[in-house]
Write a protein that binds this ligand. Structure first.
Ligand code: GLY
Ligand code: MN
Ligand code: MN
Length: 432
């Protein structure tokens, strides 16, 4: 979907990249390619996140070059081709691409190799993201250009553009925040639908279908990741996506589903009873996770470290496990010896943006990263009780995760996903 406001931001982002790479730098980025699924059918196309971040251009077979010397951008893209477009749908073509995407120069993708050889001359650093085969081809071209005894000035070093883009993508601008809020809101609608329809004897994929239908009804074309609908002990498999079991009376069902809106991700988990009500044991376990979810969200704000939030989740969940008698001994000993990891094996959350596990890392200058205004992250405490003989029967194979999406501010964080209930009485009241 063409979003002119996003394109304006792309122009500003490219200016920041020019500032970073300097007059001696040249950056080359490649679009994603269409991927074959089987025979002559393809997976739905998804643009490369970094390429999209700097161009807003959503077609395959494209190359973006940022020339630090001129501070101009060149986009190589597919030519208009009425014959192919009749089969595959319309393309921007080189003229419209220049106009719509506010790029100084555009040219046919067939020309990129010839041009890039010329463009490399006169720059000292080549900046790339070293991921696809296309980058390897580019680096090979750069090596091949070196001839002994020539006086050509070619880049002497290849620099990692990740270092520039990761720190930019970590702090979201207002346009991105609006897209993330929308992705979160539609993701929430999908979860409400799941809570309303789930019932004994349904298959997990029936619930998945209802979530997708709700997403599609709101204009979503793809999920941000594969949907998890995990009934009973399936919830203890963290990346369960099989979704082929039958929901049974008395079970909890854990749903982790997120809509992707204009390439920005929502990522919500909720856990609720297949019947209307939690059993007393499920209720106690759920309440522990819910309290941790709310306390960590309450603590998240600019100036605190990621590590402090993670430690808080470990401390509170471990205390909860002691209260539930799933652990014994002292709080400190259980934390020190990481005994909680039997039940809580992931961390409190991750950055959210163009990717569901967005770029940015958790450390800076060797220390835990400090949260800053307009970072976006998930808060997702969970407890996953194995189906083992030493566990009280009523808690065997019960998994609970409650995941929200938040934007960091100076004071309280903004919860983008509170359209979907998480309090016990709200969930139980939904189908009354
Ligand atoms: N849905 C993936 C995650 O929660 O990290
Ligand atoms: Mn997540
Ligand atoms: Mn998730």
């Amino acid at each position: 979907m063409f979003n002119p406001t996003y394109i304006e931001q792309c122009v500003l982002r490219r200016k920041r990249v020019f500032d970073e790479i300097g007059v001696h730098g040249i950056a080359v980025l490649f679009s994603a390619s269409e991927k074959k699924r089987s025979g002559d059918t393809s997976y739905p196309f998804r643009q490369d996140s970094d390429f999209y971040y700097l161009s807003g251009f959503d077609e395959p077979d494209a190359v973006l070059i940022l020339d630090g010397a001129t501070r101009e951008t060149i986009l190589f893209c597919r030519d208009s081709d009425p014959e192919r477009e009749m089969w595959e749908g319309s393309r921007y073509g080189i003229d419209k691409a220049r106009e719509y995407f506010k790029i100084e120069y555009t040219a046919s993708i067939n020309q990129w190799q010839k041009h890039v050889k010329e463009l490399l001359k006169g720059h000292r650093q080549l900046w790339t993201l070293n991921r696809y085969n296309k980058e390897k081809k580019l680096l090979q071209m750069w090596h091949d250009l070196y001839q002994p005894h020539t006086s050509q000035s070619l880049p002497e070093s290849c620099m990692n553009l990740r270092t520039v883009l990761d720190s930019m993508r970590l702090i979201k601008d207002e346009v991105e925040l609006e897209l993330l809020r929308h992705a979160a809101k539609i993701s929430a609608f999908g979860h409400v639908k799941a809570m309303c329809v789930a019932a004994p004897k349904m298959y997990e994929y029936h619930v998945e279908g209802e979530i997708l239908s709700e997403f599609f009804r709101h204009g979503i074309r793809q999920c941000a990741y594969n949907t998890i609908v995990a009934a009973g002990k399936n919830a203890c498999t963290l990346h369960y996506t099989n979704n082929e079991s039958v929901l049974q009376s008395g079970q909890l069902v854990l749903v982790d589903a997120g809509a992707e809106w204009q390439n920005y991700a929502g990522d919500i988990s909720r856990t609720f009873p297949v019947d209307n009500d939690f059993t007393p044991a499920q209720r106690d376990l759920y309440q522990v996770v819910l309290d941790v979810n709310k306390k960590v969200i309450g603590a998240a704000r600019a100036g605190v470290t990621y590590e402090s939030l993670n430690n808080l989740s470990v401390e509170l969940l471990t205390q909860g496990l002691l209260d539930l008698k799933l652990l014994s001994g002292s709080l400190n000993d259980n934390i020190e010896k990481q005994k909680y990891k039997r039940f809580y094996m992931h961390s409190i959350g991750h950055w959210l943006g163009l990717d569901v596990h967005d770029v940015g890392g958790r450390f800076e200058h060797g220390q835990s990263i400090v949260l800053r205004e307009n970072m976006c992250m998930t808060i997702e405490p969970g407890l996953y009780i194995p189906d083992d003989v030493d566990i009280p029967t009523e808690l065997r194979g019960v998994g609970v995760r409650i995941e929200d999406n938040i934007i960091i501010h100076q004071d309280e964080s903004e919860v983008c996903t509170d359209y979907v209930p998480k309090e016990i009485d709200e969930i139980e009241g939904l189908n009354q």
